[in-house]
Design a protein around this ligand. Structure first.
Ligand code: DNO
Length: 403
């Protein structure tokens, strides 16, 4: 019984190669068919090409991250049913090829958000940081989203203004580009690398959600799940929703996978265990009220994929990605709960007790500075996380067994 150690790979364009990954101790790959446009069918042929390529390195394709749920499905436009039909076809094809875990998210427009991709740590490594006030500055004065001021208090607006005024023109451009394009394009975001008109396009995408509140977005997720989960059941595939990152509303958009309350709703909306969760400790951990261990324990039976990293939340609400095993975040008790869940699955005859896990993100360190990896996905930083987490798992398992 063990967690399946995986690393994410972004395909041919990734500066980190499969032969790098196989030296890290990871056995599994987490990837997607990034060359297929969002909303189109993943054919058996295309799936097998990537699967065989991964296997030629002695690795296995464990998880799809992500099979993108399009904006059309999220906002229930006229194209929704066509995209859902294509999604079902892709699930079927993945199932036939033996790839049984699919991660996806239901965040409108923006997949994840950070304001600084190169936050300098004391030891010389770099992490990713989210500043509440800088994000507000982006929203109010760079994006100039209509009615944005309604999302902030007067004090926040004043702080954002002060910050904005302190930025050079170059820094302003970089902030907007990083939030809208750089952190999104490589994970199949809606705006592609090199797009010049990104501010206008982004504002238009946001505008489509003016009439979609939390309840409506929940309705759209429920509709999607009740369509696709029967196909998952038929082909033995598990879906695993990724939590919102960060787990609080941004840009006036609704958020529906951020908290215990949301997980409760999700489980009720479609009770099948194929309707599962990607337990991402780093995303969930950016909300102080989320008790990671309790949250894991309560929804453990639905967890089909695990992302482990630690998030340090500061008093002003800012957060940054601290070392994977930073003691201020109790991943030791999360890992213990994971092992207990594996034991429970084994004892109750569930076959999926070897849950896939990846160290999520990683600090940029050492030789990482010589390579152009995607933000959050350097090699050495993730290798360090993987090694630490694997040791933690082994030690805890030993203790639990010999108790
Ligand atoms: C960022 C990732 C997310 C995640 C998607 C899953 O590093 O955690 O992009 O892959 O939200 O759909």
């Amino acid at each position: 019984m063990k967690l399946i150690k995986t690393l994410r790979w972004f395909g041919e364009n990734d500066a980190i190669t499969l032969s790098d990954i196989r030296q890290t101790g990871a056995k599994g790959i987490v990837t997607a068919l990034h060359h297929i446009p969002n909303g189109e069918v993943w054919s058996v042929d295309e799936i097998l090409k990537t699967k065989h390529q991964i296997e030629s390195y002695g690795l296995s394709w464990e998880v799809v991250e992500s099979l993108p749920v399009t904006e059309e499905i999220k906002k229930a436009s006229d194209l929704r049913d066509t995209h859902i039909a294509n999604y079902k076809e892709s699930i079927k094809n993945l199932g036939k090829c033996g790839i049984k875990t699919i991660c996806y998210n239901f965040m409108p427009v923006l997949d994840w958000a950070r304001t600084d991709l190169n936050y300098a740590l004391e030891n010389g490594a770099e992490a990713m940081y989210f500043s509440v006030n800088l994000f507000a500055a982006f929203d109010l004065f760079i994006l100039r989203r209509p009615n944005a001021e309604k999302s902030y208090s007067i004090t926040q607006i004043a702080k954002a203004r002060e910050l904005f005024d302190s930025l050079s023109e170059e820094e302003k451009d970089k902030l907007g580009y990083n939030i809208i394009v750089k952190t999104q394009s490589f994970i199949d975001g809606v705006i592609k690398e090199g797009e010049k008109n990104y501010l206008t396009i982004f504002n238009n995408l946001l505008r489509a959600y003016n009439t979609i509140n939390k309840n409506k977005l929940r309705e759209n997720l429920s509709y999607f799940l009740n369509e696709v989960i029967p196909v998952c059941e038929e082909y033995g595939v598990n879906l695993a929703v990724h939590p919102d990152d960060p787990p609080f509303p941004l840009l006036g958009l609704p958020r529906i996978v951020s908290s215990e309350d949301d997980f409760e709703w999700l489980a009720k909306a479609c009770p099948s265990l194929h309707n599962g969760i990607t337990f991402c400790s780093g995303s969930l951990g950016a909300k102080k009220e989320n008790n990671l261990t309790k949250l894991f324990q309560k929804y453990a039976e639905r967890v089909h994929f695990i992302h482990l990293r630690s998030t340090k939340v500061l008093d002003n609400g800012d957060f940054f990605e601290t070392a994977h095993l930073d003691e201020s975040v109790d991943l030791v008790s999360v890992m213990k709960a994971i092992i207990e869940e594996q034991l429970r699955r084994k004892q109750t005859g569930r076959k999926d007790y070897n849950i896939p896990m990846r160290p999520d993100h990683g600090h940029k360190m050492l030789d990482d500075f010589k390579r152009k990896a995607n933000p959050g996905y350097p090699l050495i930083g993730r290798l360090k996380g993987l090694a630490e987490l694997s040791g933690l798992e082994l030690g805890l398992k030993f203790m639990i067994k010999n108790k």
